[in-house]
Ligand binder design. Structure first.
Ligand code: 6GU
Length: 250
C-alpha cells in the first residue's frame, strides 16, 4: 500500500512508524510512505502557507493553493491507483475514526493524507480536493500529523502480511465489536498472583467459552455503548441477559 502524507512538518514522519510492526512493514515494502512538504507548493518566495481568515477572527487558515497542488503532485505519482485513492483530510470535524474505518481504508491500494494546521484548512480544499474527512477523537490536536500516524498504524494492521500472525487482527479488541478478553503468560504464580485455572486446564472448548464470557463482561462493564453494534450469538445474548443487559428495542 502506498501512503502519501502532505504536511507542513515532514520531520514528524516516519517517527514511531519506523519501529515494531509498522517498521518491519516499511522495510519489507508492504507499506510505502511518501512524505511531501506542503510548503514546497507555496506560490510566493517566502513559501507562506497560511493567511488571515476572511471575515476576521482569531487564528490563521491554511491557504488552498499549496494543499491542492501537493495533492495533485501525490496523485501524479499514483498512476492507475490515483482514482482509487481516498484523499483524506485529517480534521477534528471529520467522521470518527474506528476499527471499521481502518479496515475500509486498508482495502484501497493507496491513501493520500492531508494534515491540517492552524485554525483549519480553506473550506474549498474540504469541498473540492478531499474525498473523506477523519477525526481520531473528540479533542483538539495542534495539527493532523499525530492523527495521521494513528490512522496509518491502525490501517497497516489490516494490510495482508503486516501482522506476522494473521490471527492477531481477528482476536484484537474490537474484532466483532467487543473488547478483548484478559491475557496471561508465564509464570502461572507470580507472588501468589495466579493465572485463572481454566487457562491451565488444556480444555480448549472451556477456554474459548471463558474468553468469550470475559469479552462480553468486560464490554458490558467498560463499553456498554459497543454492545448494540457487536456481533452477538443467541448464546451471547443469553449470557448478557443473565448479567442484567437487555438490548434497547424500538
Ligand atoms: Cl484528525 N486533527 C486535529 N488537528 N485534531 C484532532 C484530530 C485531527 N482528531 C482529533 N483531534
Amino acid at each position: 500500500m502506498d501512503i502519501h502524507v502532505l504536511t507542513l512538518f515532514p520531520e514528524l514522519f516516519p517517527g514511531p512508524l519506523a519501529v515494531s510492526v509498522t517498521g518491519r512493514a516499511l522495510k519489507q515494502g508492504l507499506l510505502r510512505l511518501h512524505v511531501r512538504n506542503i510548503r514546497d507548493f507555496a506560490h510566493d518566495r517566502h513559501q507562506v502557507c497560511d493567511d488571515y481568515a476572511y471575515g476576521g477572527g482569531p487564528g490563521m487558515v491554511m491557504k488552498p493553493e499549496p494543499v491542492a497542488e501537493a495533492v495533485e503532485a501525490a496523485k501524479a505519482t499514483l498512476g492507475e491507483k490515483a482514482d482509487q485513492a481516498p484523499i483524506v483530510l485529517l480534521t477534528p470535524q471529520g467522521r470518527p475514526f474506528t476499527q471499521k474505518v481502518g479496515q475500509e481504508l486498508a482495502r484501497s491500494p493507496a491513501l493520500v493524507l492531508i494534515c491540517g494546521h492552524y485554525e483549519g484548512v480553506d473550506e474549498r480544499v474540504r469541498e473540492r480536493v478531499a474525498t473523506d474527512e477523519i477525526s481520531i477523537g473528540d479533542y483538539v490536536l495542534t495539527g493532523g500529523e499525530l492523527a495521521a500516524l494513528v490512522v496509518i498504524d491502525a490501517v497497516a494492521r489490516h494490510v495482508p502480511g503486516v501482522l506476522g500472525n494473521e490471527e492477531s487482527a481477528a482476536t484484537d479488541s474490537f474484532a466483532g465489536g467487543l473488547l478483548q478478553y484478559p491475557q496471561y503468560t508465564r509464570p502461572a504464580d507470580y507472588r501468589g498472583w495466579l493465572v485463572p485455572d481454566v487457562l491451565l486446564s488444556g480444555n480448549h472448548a472451556e477456554i474459548a467459552r471463558w474468553r468469550r464470557h470475559q469479552s462480553l463482561l468486560r464490554t458490558l462493564l467498560r463499553r456498554p455503548d459497543l454492545l448494540p453494534r457487536a456481533e452477538l450469538t443467541k448464546e451471547d445474548l443469553r449470557f448478557l441477559n443473565e448479567h442484567g443487559w437487555a438490548p434497547q428495542g424500538p
